[in-house]
Ligand binder design. Structure first.
Ligand SMILES: Cc1cc2nc3c(=O)[nH]c(=O)nc-3n(C[C@H](O)[C@H](O)[C@H](O)COP(=O)(O)OP(=O)(O)OC[C@H]3O[C@@H](n4cnc5c(N)ncnc54)[C@H](O)[C@@H]3O)c2cc1C
Length: 450
């Protein structure tokens, strides 16, 4: 170790970056410091936990949202200690996502470096390039001077796509800021959790016009219920089987459980501790088939909404405020202040038309890192320090989170965590998985040779 000690640079201060920084510093050796680079004004919020709409609730119950894998009560205890209490009766509840952002910001605050030598330094800037050399890494910033460190961890998370559609509104901004005519029809592309968020935001802002949500199959996310995970032994699961065999086994298992009076959610929850291993042992062709044919089904059952949110959406559907169309957008022709949308309903050959005032692309998270506009990710790909996995759903990393270069060699100094690593882990989107990944990577980084 040099006299200045070891220095980890974490790029991205959303949930993943914060959880990693916390794990790195909670029992760090002397002369260990962390710099967290975040381009937004706030730490710990990212795309999910910003201080926007308080009706946007967590999609995971409080009891599963502790930041610390070895202290499952941590978030609930924090909520209970707040002035005003937890605002829900027990840990099986769904608090506003902005509250979770407060929790993460508070978690990390005491770690901030006081003497500049150890601890955490937070820099508000955008990382525009990362370079690795024999003795360390150099991280270039949009505004500040370049930083040098021992290693860098990419925690850049979700990449929000810029829509090129006419009359589009930003799905991550408030409808009030988009200037949407409150009587106009709004078309939302996608029928998943982001669509649900946007519908709640439109209703909150008094939108009176129709809201139409469209996706290929028109599947809506299911909701949580108070159920315990079913008992599932590791030995029962056909690891390594082709996807057809695996899904038949799983459907059969769910049917038995439901026939015995159980809830399908218990079966989905029972398989969760094994999903990373299932993914890693799936034959490559089966992974592709899963993404093509079963992913939409899996997503709506696995990524569920709070029951309160389900009730709001059910009401919007029953009163006709919201319509869901299974179909595909074909063209958008703008006119003076509206646009004419042509789409094909699922199973039909003829086109249908809809006049809309705005389109909101809620499918808009970039899933192919090759299409990423994030300069940090781009710089690694362009220099060959990273490569895209064969399914094009993430960058290639080892099970230890080391970034694999163009020639297939894992880096000793460059790592990635969170959604960017989904090719290796698949289930690495939500906090229960990310917190575990961060704890394990932090332990390896702390224990490694410089
Ligand atoms: C709308 C939404 C709701 C969700 N709700 C839940 C939930 O209730 N429970 C749950 O467990 N999971 C939820 N998730 C899943 C979510 O993926 C994780 O919980 C978590 O937020 C992922 O955090 P992240 O830090 O990896 O990514 P992000 O939240 O995307 O954060 C990445 C951060 O990196 C910064 N950044 C990116 N590039 C650079 C750069 N070049 N330089 C500097 N900074 C950069 C960004 O500004 C951002 O702050 C939700 C996701 C979304 C999108």
């Amino acid at each position: 170790m040099g006299p200045e000690g070891r220095h980890a640079i974490v790029i991205g201060g959303g949930a993943s970056g914060v959880l990693l920084a916390f794990q790195l510093l909670k029992t760090s050796p002397p002369n260990f410091r962390v710099t967290l680079i975040e381009k937004r004004s706030e730490i710990g919020r990212g795309l999910a936990y910003h201080a926007g709409n308080p009706e946007h609730l967590l999609n995971v119950r409080v009891s599963n949202m502790s930041a610390l894998p070895d202290d499952p009560e941590h978030f609930w205890t924090w909520l209970c200690a707040r002035p005003g209490g937890p605002q829900c009766p027990d840990p099986y509840c769904f608090v506003p996502r902005q509250t979770y952002g407060d929790y993460l910001a508070e978690l990390i605050a005491p770690l901030k470096a006081r003497d500049g030598a150890q601890g955490l330094t937070i820099i508000r800037d955008e990382c525009i390039a990362i370079q690795e050399n024999a003795s360390g890494v150099t991280v270039a910033l949009a505004e500040g001077a370049p930083l040098t460190g021992t290693l860098a961890v990419l925690a850049t998370g979700h990449d929000a796509a810029a829509s090129r559609l006419p009359r589009h509104a930003d799905p991550w901004a408030s409808p009030a800021d988009a200037g949407i005519d409150s009587n106009a029809t709004v078309l939302i592309l996608g029928t998943g959790l982001s669509m649900v968020d946007y519908v709640l935001s439109l209703l909150r802002h008094g939108h009176q016009g129709r809201i139409v949500a469209m996706s290929r199959r028109g599947l809506l996310p299911r909701a949580h219920r108070r159920v315990e995970a079913m008992r599932l032994g590791e030995g029962e699961i056909p690891f390594g089987a082709r996807i057809g065999v695996l899904l038949s086994w799983f459907r059969r298992r769910i049917a038995i459980h439901v026939a015995e009076g159980g809830d399908w959610r218990s079966a989905i929850d029972a398989v969760r501790p094994f999903t990373q291993r299932l993914w890693q042992e799936l034959p490559p062709e089966s992974r592709r088939r899963f993404l093509e044919h079963a992913r939409a089904w899996w997503d709506v059952h696995r990524h569920r909404t709070a029951p309160e949110v389900e009730a709001r959406i059910a009401e919007a559907l029953s009163t006709g405020r919201l319509t869901v169309i299974p179909g595909k957008l074909v063209t958008v022709v703008p006119n003076t202040d509206r646009a004419l949308v042509r789409y094909r309903r699922r199973g039909r050959s003829e086109l249908s038309e809809l006049e809309i005032g705005a389109i909101v692309d809620c499918t808009g998270i970039v899933r192919d890192p090759g299409a990423s506009s994030n300069p940090a990710v781009r710089s690694l790909l362009d220099a060959g320090h990273a490569r895209i996995d064969p399914l094009r759903i993430g960058i290639d990393v080892t099970p230890d989170c080391a970034i694999v270069d163009r020639l297939g060699s894992p880096s000793r100094r460059l790592y990635a965590i969170g959604p960017l690593t989904r090719a290796a882990f698949w289930e690495i989107i939500a906090v229960p998985d990310i917190r575990q990944q961060c704890a394990e990577l932090a332990a390896r980084i702390r224990n490694r040779d410089p």
